[in-house]
Design a protein. Structure first.
Length: 130
């Protein structure tokens, strides 16, 4: 995976563990969060995030269907910390592949109901896309 110059390398395992420590709740076990992280770090999942990014969309947007179907993630307030954990891991994946944050709080497609807003990325060093 790519590494951004000037940023310390954090392994997926370190990122997962820090996210579990931050977002794990009694009702959301660490093993559940770990399985989501492994899905998000899968190369096939990254391709979906990259295509969305190339189209100027938030990276998480094409993952809504699979997250809902595979992990039963919903908008229920009980899943707030799970959605935050998803954002943490998506950011790690995108950064590992040479992307940086372009804009935080982008409106997500109204066709889905899991995230209202999410982060859009751009290739590192490319400057704002607008």
């Amino acid at each position: 995976m790519d590494h951004q110059p000037g940023k310390p390398t954090v392994t997926l395992e370190e990122r997962i563990q820090s996210g579990i420590n931050k977002y794990k709740r009694k009702e959301i076990p660490g093993a559940f969060l770990r399985s989501i992280a492994e899905y998000l770090a899968d190369p096939a999942t990254f391709i979906r995030m990259e295509v969305a990014t190339d189209l100027g969309r938030p990276a998480v947007e094409p993952l809504v269907g699979p997250l809902k179907e595979r992990f039963r993630v919903t908008r229920d307030p009980g899943f707030d910390s799970t959605r935050q954990f998803i954002g943490l891991i998506v950011r790690w994946v995108m950064e590992q592949h040479g992307y940086e944050i372009d804009k935080v709080g982008c409106k997500v497609s109204s066709k889905q109901d899991l995230f209202n807003r999410a982060t859009r990325y751009r290739p590192s060093g490319s400057g704002p896309q607008g």
